[in-house]
Design a protein. Structure first.
Lengths: 249, 180
């Protein structure tokens, strides 16, 4: 795959895997309103994934469409960041993952909306309006749990502590990112970090939470080095196409 | 049913002449507009795809539509409904294309569409609000009793485009179309 196709693929994979993870909450969330919220966020993510994966297939030019890329790749071909494949854990852990990711995604799409490539720009401009809601939802819950009971606070601290180690990977720039940036298509993700830090710190202060201690970042998702969790996720996501290749209805 | 307040657009001619905007010159586009004004949204059947601003352009040989939300499951159903309506009226040769730019906004919901939503029990979005006013949204007007003594229960509702609200005056819950 060429650099621009890979760039689109990564964006699509982030959205697809997070959307699939969130959909696991369907029917299990702590309250009906939360169930609806998480399902809505999952839908938005899967919608974004459909657009980015279709674009990746076109840029690749080998006849693969969004479905082929979602359902007929194996785990090592997935390029999502490790954060989005982390298991849901308890509700606080899910919220921690959403909180770190949605603020990144909102900043990312806001910048990508100015891309020279009209397709990337169009998807980002549309999606950023949706992601604003996700970031607000996650932030509200970080405050509610963090500044809630002693019990909820401990869960929020533990959730953030686990997810924190995967945050740096979102801002990491490699050769693909550099090529996309050079072409005027991609954006400088590293440059989003100060604004992200500021947003995260504001909410954490509101939630009476400390910023988790810095630790060695865990990287590798963009190169296909995933946790074992992704394989299990894909076995559900891809079940039908694995059992009945080419099935349609 | 009132005729749609729709201005059909004509593509630039191949010889480079300027774009014309005269519905009278394109009876085919006008007829297509009339057909689409009868196609209901699958999730909110009180409004048509024209009322919602989903149909962006009508030309004699193609219709351009835009999704409300990227993940809206009704997107495919809408395209199928439009296809079926066009085919049934002899417009099988008209293509349906989808565009994402400019992104759909609730400002494109027609005044008539807003009234239909209210009558159906869904508080319509304020006009011109866009997504800028995501925080501190002004209180919705209860579509049943008209009171503004209302509160948001959940920002995410039964479909991606709606939030869940409650009226303190008449105690009824209701959907509010999100500003987007």
């Amino acid at each position: 795959m060429n650099a621009l196709a890979t760039y689109a693929l990564r964006l699509g994979d982030d959205s697809l895997i997070l959307g699939q993870r969130l959909s696991e909450w369907c029917g299990h969330a702590p309250a009906l309103e939360v169930d609806l919220s998480l399902a809505n966020v999952a839908l938005d993510q899967i919608g974004q994934a459909t657009h980015f994966l279709a674009l990746a297939g076109e840029l690749e030019g080998r006849g693969r469409d969004a479905d082929a890329l979602a359902f007929r790749r194996d785990v090592m071909d997935f390029t999502n960041c490790l954060l989005v494949e982390q298991p849901n854990g308890d509700f606080a852990q899910t919220i921690a993952r959403q909180f770190l990711f949605s603020h990144y995604q909102e900043l990312l799409f806001a910048a990508l909306a100015a891309s020279k490539h009209e397709r990337f720009a169009a998807i980002a401009a549309k999606a950023v309006k949706e992601v604003k809601y996700h970031a607000t939802l996650a932030s509200d819950w970080v405050v509610r749990l963090g500044d809630g009971t002693e019990e909820s606070k401990q869960h929020m601290i533990a959730g953030l502590d686990w997810m924190w180690r995967f945050a740096d990977e979102m801002f990491a720039m490699d050769a693909v990112d550099a090529a996309a940036l050079e072409a005027g298509v991609g954006i400088d993700k590293a440059a989003l970090k100060p604004a992200w830090n500021q947003r995260i710190d504001l909410v954490l202060a509101d939630a009476t939470l400390e910023r988790p201690a810095s630790r060695r970042p865990v990287l590798g998702g963009r190169r296909g080095h995933h946790s074992e969790h992704l394989g299990h996720l894909l076995s559900e996501l891809q079940f039908l196409q694995r059992a009945y290749p080419g099935a349609t209805w | 049913m009132q005729p749609p307040s729709w201005t059909a657009r004509v593509s630039p001619a191949k010889d480079g002449r300027a774009e014309r905007k005269s519905p009278a010159r394109t009876p085919a586009s006008q007829e297509i507009a009339r057909i689409l004004a009868q196609v209901p949204d699958p999730e909110i059947p009180c409004v048509s795809v024209i009322d919602l601003g989903i149909v962006r352009e009508i030309e004699p040989d193609r219709v351009i539509i835009t999704p409300t939300y990227t993940g809206c499951p009704a997107t495919i159903a809408i395209e199928q409904a439009i296809r079926a309506a066009l085919d049934a009226r002899g417009f099988g040769g008209v293509a349906i294309e989808t565009t994402l730019t400019p992104p759909w906004t609730t400002d494109w919901i027609s005044d008539e569409g807003r009234e239909k939503l209210r009558a159906y029990g869904i508080a319509p979005p304020p006009k011109g609000a866009g997504a800028a006013s995501l925080k501190n949204v002004a209180a919705a007007e209860c579509p049943r009793c008209g009171s503004t003594d209302t509160e948001e229960i959940s920002r995410f509702g039964s479909t991606p485009c709606k939030a869940l609200w409650r009226c303190r005056a008449c105690a009824e819950p209701f959907d509010r179309f999100k500003c987007h």
